[in-house]
Design a protein around this ligand. Structure first.
Ligand SMILES: [Zn+2]
Length: 115
């Protein structure tokens, strides 16, 4: 796989509830909402992406037990934030606004990606 020339993005450019595109792995090309970010691991889970089957024991809540599907973690570098204006996965930059608020911007069209 070809390596990007640019330096890797700093962790933290993707947050919970972001809409991202998967750019590597078996679910490459899929898009979904970020469910959870694990900053220490540099990983995250995306809705309906990288589904893994998990065997569970019967519990009081779930009498049956059995196999459930859940989202497996992806490495943060395997997803890209989607810019709603570009309608594609883009690289993320940062900008400090006049009120000192730090926001994420699309490096392609400079659209502010934080609502
Ligand atoms: Zn854009």
């Amino acid at each position: 796989m070809a390596r990007a020339k640019e330096a890797p993005q700093a962790p933290g450019h993707i947050k919970k509830d972001d809409f991202v595109k998967v750019i590597a792995g078996k679910d490459r090309g899929k898009q979904g909402k970020v469910l959870r970010v694990f900053p220490q691991e540099g990983r995250l889970t995306v809705e309906r992406v990288n589904m893994i089957k998990r065997h569970t024991r019967p519990t009081r809540q779930m009498q049956q037990g059995g196999i459930i599907e859940r989202e497996g973690k992806l490495h943060i570098s395997n997803v890209m934030l989607i810019c709603s204006k570009c309608e594609r996965g883009v690289r993320v930059g940062h900008r400090v606004l006049e009120d000192k608020k730090k926001v994420r911007i699309c490096r392609r069209c400079s659209e502010i990606l934080d609502k």
